[in-house]
Write a protein that binds this ligand. Structure first.
Ligand code: PLP
Length: 400
């Protein structure tokens, strides 16, 4: 008999966090390593947000809050949602959580039983299938194609739905590909879902503000209002406001689901950090210049990285619509041998050899359920990205 639970034995530690840690250790041992494995903005949290946190501490916002968040932050979320996406939401439909990840976790724990199925398009954010497994349910992974922009096709969705399907998880714009679903693509999926009333949609929109024209981000419920009573929006300040360490996210959905999520939250972390909640309210209510400025920086970096990687022999790099990742194919490099004598059998071997020989840390596509690809996060300074791309180029030029 194992001391560890069956549930925990079903899941893996996050491979992106593992690769980031590996790069950190190599750097600590004196190696010159560029880490592009982590999914977080390189910018500092804007000053007015940090000041709001200090003010919150000074005025004594240091106690438990309501499990679903302070009234002030919930009001700020509702106002920002109306301002940014034209969506009206009541405070009872919002739950503030410790990062977007906890909103996802609360919702899945509150709804999944063994035997239930959750449709997860691949490539996926690493946590989706493992949270589903932790809840005892079954992730049904549906691969997407690079030629479809890594977007789930309505026919593929229809084919994957069974009587046991409880959720579809959509991520727009997506991690690890940066793929964005325009209104028409969302409407086509909504049409399929309309015929299956047992299927809920979890729309993870945490990268919503990081979208590059001409692509226009639209919230799922704005496109498919008829599905609102079976949709959970997951959002947060981590990516858009460079606040990954503050741990503030939220879920927006129908009250019966939210009540169940509040129950889970009240028996786990109680509430998200009171000081971070004040900071998040300031982020949503204060000046929004940071969003435009960081989006422009990400766009500039995307353009530079896509051009550089697409020119590498063996790589082919599609242009993403949002977030801060590229997901090039390494198919043309596999079956070859690196300058250091490593055989590149798969995308994991590619990443391993690149890290050892050129000191660039990426994450293998196998971690995200679609090979042969690698994910590069371009949330790093332009000069760092230029150096990383030069090293990747040298690595690819050296393959035989
Ligand atoms: N959703 C996606 C697609 C993500 O990539 C991440 C973070 O990497 C999250 C949710 C979680 O965000 P948070 O840090 O707010 O928990």
């Amino acid at each position: 008999m194992s001391f560890l639970s069956e549930a925990v034995r079903r899941i893996n530690p996050s491979p992106t966090i593992a690769m980031t840690q590996r790069a950190r250790e190599l750097r600590a041992s004196g190696r010159d390593v560029i880490g592009l494995a982590a999914g977080e903005p390189d910018f500092d949290t804007p000053a007015h947000i940090r000041e709001a946190a200090a003010a919150a501490m000074d005025r004594g916002d240091t106690r438990y809050t309501a499990p679903d968040g302070t009234p002030a932050l919930k009001a700020a979320i509702a106002a920002a949602r109306a301002r940014d996406w034209g969506e009206t939401v009541a405070p009872a439909e919002i739950q503030v959580t410790a990062g977007g990840k906890q909103a996802l976790f609360n919702a899945l724990l509150a709804t999944l039983d063994p035997g239930d199925e959750v449709i997860v398009p691949a490539p996926y954010w690493v946590s989706y299938p493992d949270i589903v497994r932790l809840c005892g349910a079954t992730p049904v992974v549906v691969p997407t194609q690079a030629q479809d922009g890594f977007r789930l096709r309505p026919e593929a969705l229809a084919a994957a739905i069974t009587p046991r399907t409880k959720w579809l998880i959509l991520n727009n714009p997506g991690n690890p590909t940066g793929a964005g679903y325009a209104a028409q693509a969302l409407a086509a999926l909504a049409e399929v879902l309309a015929a299956h009333p047992q299927v809920w949609t979890l729309s993870d929109e945490i990268y919503g503000p990081i979208a590059f024209a001409p692509f226009e981000f639209r919230s799922f419920t704005a496109v498919a209002p008829a599905l609102r009573d079976r949709t959970l929006i997951v959002d947060g300040v981590s990516k858009a406001y460079a606040m990954t360490g503050w741990r503030i996210g939220w879920g927006i959905g129908p009250t019966p689901l939210l009540d169940a999520m509040r129950k889970v939250q009240s028996q786990s972390t109680t509430n998200a950090c009171s000081i971070s909640q004040a900071a998040a309210a300031a982020a949503l209510e204060g000046p929004q210049d940071f969003i435009g400025e960081s989006r422009a920086a990400f766009r500039r970096r995307r353009d530079a990285v896509v051009a550089a990687l697409d020119a590498c022999p063996g790589l082919s790099c599609p242009e993403p619509e949002g977030a801060f990742y590229v997901y090039p194919s390494v198919a043309g490099a596999l079956g070859r041998t690196s300058r250091g004598g490593r055989a590149l059998a798969d995308d994991a071997a590619f990443c391993e050899a690149l890290l050892e020989e050129e000191g660039v840390a990426l994450v293998a596509g196998s971690a995200f359920g679609l090979s042969p690809h690698v994910r590069l996060s371009y949330a790093a300074a332009d000069a760092v990205l230029a150096e990383a791309c030069a090293r990747i180029r040298r690595f690819c030029d050296g393959l035989s």
